[in-house]
Design a protein around this ligand. Structure first.
Ligand SMILES: NC(=O)c1ccc[n+]([C@@H]2O[C@H](COP(=O)([O-])OP(=O)(O)OC[C@H]3O[C@@H](n4cnc5c(N)ncnc54)[C@H](OP(=O)(O)O)[C@@H]3O)[C@@H](O)[C@H]2O)c1
Length: 323
């Protein structure tokens, strides 16, 4: 085999974290996989940092597309990196651009050396924002932004309750709600998280376990659950009649919403390049922050996903560093 052939073979494959069967982190293997090729309107990015939303392995889109099995799949749909190839028709981005953004959830993700995405799913990233920070911000910040602006139309003076106000999405909900001028109350799991919640912009902090405190019942214009799993009944009860509840993990209970006279909704985040660009500006200016709890090399990606079941060493997102 000559040198040219070796290079060509190397370009056709990449190292990636993949699952060949549905399941949790135990299905993930670090292995060689085909390198993706950008189609029309798509770019190929050399991934530098990929961020994890642990619940992603439970989402149907991770495993299937239009009902068809997608395995083997590559997880992680939040990333930062450098454009290495552009498909036909791409005009806004060029090889060498540093970008960050999302991967559509029903496509292979960014826990790999390369990822292909539609060009409108990314924005340019300034040099002062690290790859890990940009990857950590993309999905949670867009989700928080959509919850507060599109779902709730939050305005100054509104009383907003955020359950889990220092998590991945929760930290951005707290920061953005504060920037919108809302009176922000957040719940956290420990007294230790109180200071961080206040630094992010919370006016009031409730430590988990005392949420059903009667003083908070019916007090809020809107409540958002940024914890996931089951939405507790007290969250519906904490909102005034006519107020709003937003769930991020799954559609809320219509019965409980009716019982407490609130409107409850669920949405799946949509990508908006203009918002990603604005987000890049806010991160670069230090006006918002993305917290990074821990980092793992791609070769140790399974451990990164396994860490979701363990206490985090610090608040924030878990990042897979690729190069
Ligand atoms: N709909 C969408 O488009 C969309 C997009 C992104 C994410 N999501 C969903 O949003 C949810 C949160 O995701 P994430 O990435 O932000 O997760 P995360 O980083 O793990 O954040 C969850 C937060 O909840 C806190 N928490 C856990 N139990 C709590 C309790 N009983 N009371 C108060 N806080 C509690 C955790 O605190 P500790 O760390 O101290 O345990 C953590 O700060 C997930 O369900 C995810 O699927 C939805």
């Amino acid at each position: 085999m000559d040198a040219e052939q070796t290079t060509s073979d190397a370009r056709r494959t990449m190292m990636a974290l993949r699952a060949h069967r549905r399941g949790g982190y135990e299905q993930l293997v670090y292995e060689e996989a085909p390198r993706p090729v950008p189609g029309a309107g798509e770019i190929c990015v050399a991934v530098r940092a990929a961020s994890i939303t642990f619940a992603e392995l439970t989402w149907p889109e991770t495993w299937e597309s239009d009902g068809a099995d997608r395995t083997p799949v590559i997880p992680s749909h939040e990333f930062a990196g450098v454009v290495v190839e552009v498909g036909p028709g791409v005009t806004d981005l060029a090889v060498g651009d540093a970008v960050f953004g999302l991967v559509p959830f029903n496509r292979n993700g960014a826990a790999a050396e390369f990822v292909v995405v539609p060009e409108e799913f990314v924005a340019r990233k300034g040099p002062t924002v690290s790859d890990a920070e940009a990857a950590a911000a993309a999905l949670p910040a867009l989700t928080a932004w959509e919850a507060l602006n599109d779902q709730l139309n939050v305005t100054a003076g509104q009383r907003i309750l955020i359950r889990g106000g220092t998590g991945g999405v929760g930290a951005f909900l707290t920061q953005f709600a504060h920037r919108l001028g809302a009176e922000v109350t957040v719940t956290v799991t420990s007294v230790a998280a109180e200071d961080r919640a206040r630094r992010l912009g919370a006016d009031h902090v409730i430590v988990a376990g005392s949420e059903s405190d009667a003083r908070n019942r019916g007090a809020f214009d809107a409540a958002i659950d940024a914890v996931g799993a089951d939405l507790p009944e007290w969250l519906y009860a904490s909102v005034r009649p006519g107020g709003r509840v937003v769930a991020l993990q799954e559609p809320p209970s219509r019965e409980l919403a009716d019982e407490y006279g609130v409107t409850a909704s669920f949405f799946v985040v949509r990508v908006d390049r203009a918002r990603l660009e604005e987000l890049a500006g806010l991160l670069a200016a230090g006006q918002i922050e993305a917290a990074i709890a821990q980092t793992f090399p791609l070769s140790d990606g399974r451990a990164a996903y396994a860490s979701g079941a363990l206490p985090k060493p610090a608040p924030g997102k878990t990042i897979v560093l690729v190069s």
